[in-house]
Design a protein around this ligand. Structure first.
Ligand code: SF4
Ligand code: SF4
Length: 132
């Protein structure tokens, strides 16, 4: 599964009648395909602090400008730049809002076909009212 391509930025209610969710930290949504992990300045500050870096250095090393938005960079194989094959997400406790709110995104909650597709790549999702 690719990393989420977009997120409208709204913080949804992190519940759904359509599925149960408990992240296994498998990293499927962090690795393997290009995508955008949108970040806010607050996200960047938290991650820089967590990695004991100054904020400017974090921006220089890990953030790219996409239009008028900011996204984390990625490795050539599409893995998120915060992904490490030994430890997984290196900023998990302070990961960006986009990552915290996945898969409770409005476009996923509102679209059962997309939810099925996302669930196929995410072992943390157990569908309830939607057939796989
Ligand atoms: S910041 Fe962490 S949780 Fe978010 S995509 Fe990158 S590795 Fe995955
Ligand atoms: S269980 Fe789902 S949300 Fe958690 S890391 Fe795996 S694919 Fe991502």
């Amino acid at each position: 599964m690719s990393r989420p391509k977009k997120n409208d930025g709204a913080m949804p209610d992190l519940k759904s009648k359509k599925f149960d969710f408990a992240c296994t930290r498998c990293g499927n949504c962090c690795r393997g395909e290009p995508g955008f992990v949108w970040v806010s300045q607050a996200d960047v500050r938290r991650m820089a602090d967590h990695l004991e870096m100054d904020v400017e250095s974090y921006y220089e090393r890990y953030v790219r400008v996409v239009g008028r938005r900011l996204s984390l960079t990625e490795f050539a194989n599409g893995d998120c730049v915060m992904w490490d094959k030994e430890v997984g997400c290196t900023v998990y406790p302070v990961r960006p809002k986009q990552c915290v709110t996945f898969p409770y995104w409005k476009e996923v909650l509102d679209n059962e076909d997309l939810l099925r597709d996302v669930a196929r790549g995410c072992p943390g999702i157990q569908l309830k009212t939607v057939k796989p």
